[in-house]
Write a protein that binds this ligand. Structure first.
Ligand code: EPU
Length: 422
């Protein structure tokens, strides 16, 4: 198992390219199951989650070729079963369910298991499929969905107790593309990744309007055709490097970003005293570390609110920002595993009931720490950048799930990091 050693104290400078979005790529790769034709998808990040998805598609019968960031997928014939061995490693594999059901009228998908960031049920996905006319049976850990006479368009409300569901919206939207009649999803997720998927589906011949808002309308079509598509930039990778630059940088520039998608993250980092300057097109930004810093209050919420996927990294930045910060995660109230590790590095954080109260300390000190999930590991890397000494982060596979070549990008910016094998 790989570990990352972060030697604290280097100043980051220079520029890097932000990769394509992991969370847009995953459902887009799954959407290729909806057509018999070739789909060519560009800027798919080389991370283990996209590799799992490609393996799942291959096991379902897809012919897949990957060359650097471009993936070509042909699903001439597909199987109707995605077994536990295939799907257990990644929760996002649930998004093969909608395309399989729409294309075949039957899908057997193993229920995803537990997750360290929270309970993560799939009831809303199933509610949507049922509303489209699927019969659902759960047995032996598998969900069997059948729609012998095809799916039928209808009105579906996908609101859950923690707000809308991103992959649930994706799943229902994909299933509805081939349903008979019109489907309206109310309280849909409005994340940019949902819009990117809708753009991909529309380019395949789907008729979707309203994606990127809370109401999505899908007019069913008979078949979808092949397509070429470029995935949007990863706003969470960009936000993570923004936080790294604010912590340890001297005018770091991030290229291939989308300013619109980064509004909430930019506002939070600027409120703590740093400055972020975008070029006119909003595709590039430079982060200037501030001198007068202060704590901030952040509450995660669905897009365009502050993303839960940037909660841990912001907590790491605020751990050494003077003053008191309050960080509440309303989407995944249990997603605070990184705090215990940050405390081992000297951070002053109290977590209670989905809220972290952070008293900024002057400096963290290096310690051996353990990554618990993807964003928590990113937070530990950030903390290590300015800590006194060398921080060793174990269970690095978590970070490799979603950050493309993070150690190489950090090295390019002048950080001192080493990947070592146990
Ligand atoms: N929820 C339900 N029922 C459901 C589905 C979700 O109650 O059927 C709840 C969840 O438990 C959670 C809330 O609704 O409290 C939102 O979860 P959502 O379904 O939106 O999460 P997701 O679609 O499974 C995606 C991202 C996550 C990100 C969340 C929230 C992908 C592949 N994953 O997950 O990304 O945290 O949306 O924005 O897009 C990450 O990249 O680190 C990551 C975990």
């Amino acid at each position: 198992m790989d570990k990352l050693i972060v030697h604290g104290g280097s100043t980051l400078e220079g520029s890097i390219n932000i990769s394509g979005s992991k969370n847009a790529s995953l459902p887009i790769l799954a959407a290729a199951l909806l057509s018999e034709d070739d789909c060519i998808i560009r800027r798919v990040p080389d991370v283990s989650d996209t590799n799992y998805m490609i393996q799942i598609l291959g096991a379902l019968g897809a012919d897949v070729e990957r060359s650097s960031g471009t993936v070509r997928i042909t699903c001439a014939k597909i199987a109707d079963t995605a077994p536990y061995e295939l799907v257990r490693r990644m929760r996002a594999s649930i998004c093969v369910m909608g395309p399989m059901l729409a294309r075949l009228g039957r899908a057997v998908v193993s229920l995803p298991g537990g997750c360290v960031i929270g309970d993560r049920p799939v009831d809303l996905h199933l509610k949507g499929m049922e509303a489209l006319g699927a019969k659902i049976e759960i047995e032996g850990g598998d969900i069997t969905l059948t729609a012998k006479n095809g799916l039928k368009g209808t009105k579906i409300n996908l609101a859950g107790t923690h707000g809308p569901t991103v992959l649930g919206t994706d799943n229902v939207m994909m299933a509805a593309t081939l349903a008979e009649g019109t489907t309206v999803i109310e309280d849909a997720a409005a994340e940019p990744e949902v819009l990117d998927l809708a753009n991909f589906l529309n380019a395949m011949g789907a008729k979707i309007t309203g994606a990127g808002t809370r109401t999505i309308t899908i007019e069913g079509v008979d078949a979808l055709h092949g397509v070429e598509h470029t995935v949007i930039p990863d706003r969470i990778e960009a936000g993570t490097f923004m936080a790294a630059a604010a912590l340890a940088g001297n005018d770091v520039t991030l290229k291939r970003v989308n300013r619109e998608h980064l509004k909430a993250i930019t506002a939070a980092i600027e409120e703590s005293g740093h400055k972020i300057e975008f070029n006119k097109a909003g595709t590039q930004c430079t982060i200037h570390r501030g001198e007068q810093l202060s704590g901030v209050e952040i509450e995660t919420s669905p897009y365009p609110g502050y993303p839960t996927d940037m909660q841990a990294q912001m907590t790491a930045l605020l751990a050494t920002t003077p003053g008191i910060s309050v960080i509440k995660d309303t989407i995944f109230p249990q997603r605070f595993m990184h705090c215990a590790e940050l405390k081992r590095m000297g951070a002053d954080i109290k977590v209670d009931n989905g809220t972290a109260v952070v008293h900024g300390v002057k400096k963290l000190t290096a310690a051996p720490v353990m990554a618990s999930d993807l964003r928590a590991s990113a937070a530990l890397v950030l903390a290590g950048l300015t800590a006194k000494g060398s921080t060793t982060i174990s269970r690095l596979y978590h970070i490799d799930r979603g950050y493309e070549h993070i150690d190489e990008k950090l090295l390019m910016l002048g950080a001192e990091v080493e990947r070592v094998r146990d």
